[in-house]
Design a protein around this ligand. Structure first.
Ligand code: GAR
Length: 202
């Protein structure tokens, strides 16, 4: 099934770019219907424009509550016929207003091996804690903070002289591979969720 994607991004959008590149290379059976950003200045929006993908800046401060903001987002995503949502460097916690319309159809990429180091600055948390390995996690999104069922993880070493930036760069390389790969598995109907357990058909 060809996925009809919506992508939410708050920043540089290199993960969005990885999805775009995978689609253009014929490695991912999907279309991106719209890119939304809660940060009007996000470079992710420029990337979308470059590839003629509809994109819109959103303004959380125009809404009274996080739920109001998310229900406006959910309506827009439905208007653009989005059937699967990707949080690609999206720095807000989503509420049930978004999740109830996209139940089990939202994934996020996080720059740490969950359940370690959820929340902001996963790479900095890993360097400061002194772990020897970190990586990234693609997971289904639930109401919690980076707490939904885990679909895939990639591991990288943490080197003695790593800074937050050098570790982030090593992790990002893995993010760019695993996120389109997971989306392709989903498009092939190979991903199954049973409670917290996710299995992938071979
Ligand atoms: C990525 O490392 C992503 O995992 C992280 O933000 C970066 C966005 O990069 N996401 C989070 O920390 C979510 N809590 P990008 O804008 O270049 O894709």
């Amino acid at each position: 099934m060809r996925l009809q994607l919506g992508v939410l991004a708050s920043g540089n959008g290199s993960n969005l770019q990885a999805i775009i590149d995978a689609i253009e290379a014929g490695k991912l059976n999907a279309d991106i219907h719209v890119v939304l950003s809660d940060k009007p200045e996000a470079y992710a929006l420029a990337r979308a424009e470059k590839h003629k993908i509809p994109c819109l800046p959103m303004h959380p401060s125009n809404y009274q509550t996080r739920e109001d903001f998310d229900s406006a987002m959910a309506e827009l995503l439905e208007d653009f016929n989005v059937d699967f949502l990707v949080l690609a460097g999206y720095m807000r916690i989503v509420t049930k207003e978004l999740l109830k319309k996209f139940r089990k159809r939202v994934i996020n990429i996080h720059p740490a091996l969950l359940p370690s180091f959820p929340g902001l600055h996963g790479q900095r948390q890993a360097v400061e804690y002194g772990v020897k390995y970190s990586g990234c996690t693609v997971h289904f999104v639930d109401e919690g903070l980076d707490s939904g069922p885990i679909i895939a993880q990639r591991v990288v070493p943490v080197l003695d002289d790593d800074t937050e930036e050098t570790l982030a760069a090593r992790i990002l390389e893995q993010e760019h591979q695993v996120l389109p790969e997971v989306l392709q598995w989903i498009s092939e109907g190979r991903v199954h969720v049973d409670g917290r357990k996710v299995t992938i058909d071979k």
